[in-house]
Ligand binder design. Structure first.
Ligand SMILES: Cc1ncc(COP(=O)(O)O)c(C=O)c1O
Length: 431
């Protein structure tokens, strides 16, 4: 009884004073915590609204939809293979041992030991030359692109990027008011921008594994791009997404590691190696830019969640990350093999798979010139197959219609079913 009274008093349900007695509080806490329904304004039509230039430039972006993974979901890792029990232990241990200072926050540039672990990992795996002080923890590569667009671009500035290329990046640059120029991609990666782009402020490029075509930028092309950036004064934003998944040969050194003039910003992500909901990535900056980025992060986010950053640091430094990459790399190579075999057997004359040696997805080119990726996407969805047209990755005219096919997240049986179902969809569409 004493404990019950103490609890009621602690939660302000009772006013108790020694020698006088305990009385129900004149104002119950519930009244202070719950808004009265009648006070909420009635919903009516929205008033005419001013929109900023950014808002008017933004087009509708697909939302996250919690659907089960089917063939051929792109841009998704095999989350079933992620060691969630181990991850839960690392997060729980960090949460149990959190100090008061960790509960209050962390450096806006990121949890310092994590930044050191990322610098070590990138030096070994990607040839990135950087001090931990140059590493900033960001909310995925998209977070990195957003910071770069806000801090390094003014409205009207020119940004060069690949054609076709990552639409998310194009939308963010355009939302910042930049003029995006598309540069053709060939078998050596993005071409070096021509003379009419010499005033470009920034070049955004995916050299490790071009999105969406999958080619790796050749070494001569990398050196030529860096020489061009030195000559014109442009900065290069290197998006290293998916680089961990190369199935043959060893990766070429990053542009950042080849650069001697401090012109390259290097962005990467844990979304694809670990799991997309983690929303943690990194941006490696030339030393003179770090403070400005730290100030913007401090203003917008303060910092990214410190406990997840600390658990991620453990995941990297205890070797779990390396083990997970090695295991999933083998698995994804097998899954790619299953897709390629199935395509050879069932998709001949319908869809031509691009040669693929890396990544989580590939491109299939439609053999029938009368078909568009968008109509196949719709017909496939009706048949329980998820494919995405490549057309939205082009900024200009689409020279060839094709589909992006993810394989990494899809089990072998589902891949086989997907190939057969897609073949039926394409046969029907051709007729
Ligand atoms: C080329 C490319 N860069 C960046 C991203 C976004 O990565 P993140 O999840 O780290 O923001 C994607 C997502 O699919 C991508 O395809």
């Amino acid at each position: 009884v004493v404990a019950a009274f103490a609890q009621l008093a602690a939660e302000c349900y009772l006013d108790a004073s020694v020698g006088s007695g305990s009385y129900v509080s004149a104002v119950l806490p519930d009244d202070l915590l719950q808004a009265r329904r009648s006070l909420r304004p009635a919903r009516g039509p929205s008033p005419p609204r001013h929109r900023s230039r950014v808002a008017t430039r933004l087009v509708a972006v697909p939302r996250f939809e919690p659907r089960p993974v089917r063939a051929f979901r792109a841009n998704a890792p095999a989350v079933h293979e992620f060691p969630t029990t181990l991850w839960a232990q690392l997060v729980a241990r960090r949460a149990r041992r959190a100090t008061a200072s960790q509960l209050l926050g962390t450096d806006p540039r990121g949890y310092p030991p994590l930044r050191a672990a990322i610098a070590d990992y990138l030096a070994a795996a990607r040839g990135v030359v950087a001090d931990p002080d140059q590493v900033v923890v960001v909310s995925g590569v998209l977070g990195a692109i957003d910071l770069v667009a806000r801090l390094l671009l003014d409205p009207g500035d020119r940004v060069c990027m690949e054609e076709p290329g990552y639409r998310g990046a194009a939308l963010l640059f355009e939302a910042a008011g930049a003029r995006v120029a598309r540069i053709a991609v060939d078998s050596e990666g993005m071409a070096v921008p021509g003379a009419r782009h010499r005033n470009a402020r920034l070049v955004y490029v995916t050299p490790a594994h071009q999105f969406p075509l999958g080619v790796a930028m050749s070494l001569p092309r990398r050196l030529a791009l860096l020489a061009w950036a030195r000559r014109t004064g442009a900065l290069v934003l290197e998006d290293d997404y998916d680089s961990e998944y190369r199935f043959v040969g060893s990766p070429l050194p990053s542009l950042q590691g080849l650069d001697r003039s401090g012109r390259v910003l290097f962005a990467g992500s844990f979304s694809k190696v670990m799991f997309p909901a983690l929303r943690l990535g990194y941006l490696v900056l030339p030393p003179d830019l770090v403070d400005r980025f730290a100030s913007l992060i401090a203003l917008v986010h303060r910092f990214l969640p410190p406990l997840e950053q600390a658990a991620l640091c453990d995941f990297l430094t205890l070797g779990h990350f390396g083990r997970h990459v090695r295991r999933t790399r083998q698995l994804y190579a097998q899954r790619l093999g299953v897709l390629a075999d199935g395509a050879a057997r069932h998709l001949g004359g319908l869809l031509e798979l691009a040669p693929t040696e890396a990544g989580l997805q590939t491109v299939g080119w439609l053999c029938d010139p009368a078909l568009t990726g968008a109509e196949v996407e719709r017909a496939a969805a009706a048949a329980g197959v998820e494919v995405a047209s490549v057309a939205p990755t082009y900024g200009g005219p689409v020279p060839r219609q094709g589909l992006v096919l993810g394989f990494a997240a899809i089990r072998e049986r589902e891949l086989r079913r997907g190939v057969e179902a897609l073949a039926r969809v394409l046969e029907r569409a051709r007729r």
